[in-house]
Write a new protein. Structure first.
Length: 315
């Protein structure tokens, strides 16, 4: 587990420190977590990973639809690809690269990091990285954990990411949630010092209402919540000098996907507003300047942070 000298333990940067950096100097980011409808954590209780091959895959067509949208909007994106998907659809991986987008890693088996031990996490991540790089013929440097499952109890994973050659992560959500989140984590990009070297962290976008950080602009929050909420939240985040990091899953634009017999709450979260996601994403892309993590300059705003100190000083 990584340790940081006590004198370095500060919870920086907070959004107010970004006022010195002009908003126009950086771009917002759009990212895609490339997984199929039967691989989501919400359905893990009804779909075993050993059964994935039995399901009709729809990830290829849905991802191509996103590629077409990005081409129409002249947007570059970061695609965090599940290794299992890459292995079965190598042509899709090469299409993403050929279109000028950035490839990154979204694990191999889409398992929650905090349910793995360090050895299991290392093996899963290395396998996914190797598969994606061999297919694409280039190195990848970004990682995003399934269901944002790098939380206070799984911060050990960050050092392993550095060991494996990753230079940035986008797995930490600075909110309270039943499955993920580090509420005390900084809300702007920051740099984590690990014994194996530094790692840039790109936390997902939030805005403040009083003392509470609320999520906005991605995944279920883009799909389930009304458009006025998204517009309001993005405007508030930008007023604080925060970049907007949008994320979407290919299955979220697929209203015709097969229905799985999950729990009521899982089905509510997963299937609501699937027919609206594409248009909502398109609207967001029209309203701002978006690119990939690779092409953004967000790393320039990153300051050193000790996440352990942040966790100890939660609200």
């Amino acid at each position: 587990m990584m340790t940081v000298p006590r004198e370095q333990r500060t919870c920086l940067p907070q959004p107010h420190s970004l006022k010195e950096m002009r908003v126009e100097s950086f771009k917002n980011v759009v990212s895609v977590d490339v997984e199929d409808y039967f691989q989501v954590e919400a359905m893990a209780h009804v779909v075993q990973r050993s059964q994935w091959d039995r399901y009709a895959c729809r990830v290829e067509g849905n991802t191509r639809r996103l590629l077409e949208l990005f081409a129409a909007r002249e947007v570059q994106a970061t695609f965090f690809v599940v290794g299992w998907v890459a292995e079965r659809f190598p042509a899709l991986v090469r299409e993403i690269v050929a279109a000028g987008h950035e490839l990154a890693c979204h694990s191999y088996w889409h398992r929650l990091v905090y349910q793995l031990n360090p050895k299991e996490f290392r093996q899963d991540t290395q396998r996914a990285k190797d598969v994606i790089e061999q297919i694409a013929g280039l190195a990848i440097y970004g990682y995003r954990a399934p269901t944002y499952s790098i939380v206070a109890s799984s911060l050990w994973a960050l050092e392993i990411l550095v060991d494996l050659g990753f230079t940035y992560d986008s797995s930490i959500f600075p909110i309270r949630h039943d499955r993920y989140g580090i509420p005390s984590a900084p809300r702007a990009p920051f740099r984590i010092k690990t014994p194996s070297g530094p790692l840039i962290e790109y936390p997902l976008t939030t805005f403040r209402i009083g003392k509470h950080s609320l999520p906005v602009g991605g995944g279920g929050y883009l799909r389930l919540l009304p458009r006025w909420y998204t517009r309001f939240g993005i405007r508030r985040a930008q007023q604080e000098g925060l970049p907007v990091i949008v994320y979407v899953h290919p299955w979220e634009i697929d209203a015709d996907q097969p229905r799985l017999p999950g729990r009521f709450t899982s089905r509510l979260r997963h299937y609501t507003n699937l027919s609206k996601t594409y248009d909502r994403l398109n609207d967001m892309l029209r309203e701002g300047t978006f690119t990939s993590f690779r092409e953004s300059v967000l790393a320039e705003m990153a300051e050193d942070v000790d996440l352990y100190a942040c966790h100890q000083h939660q609200d």
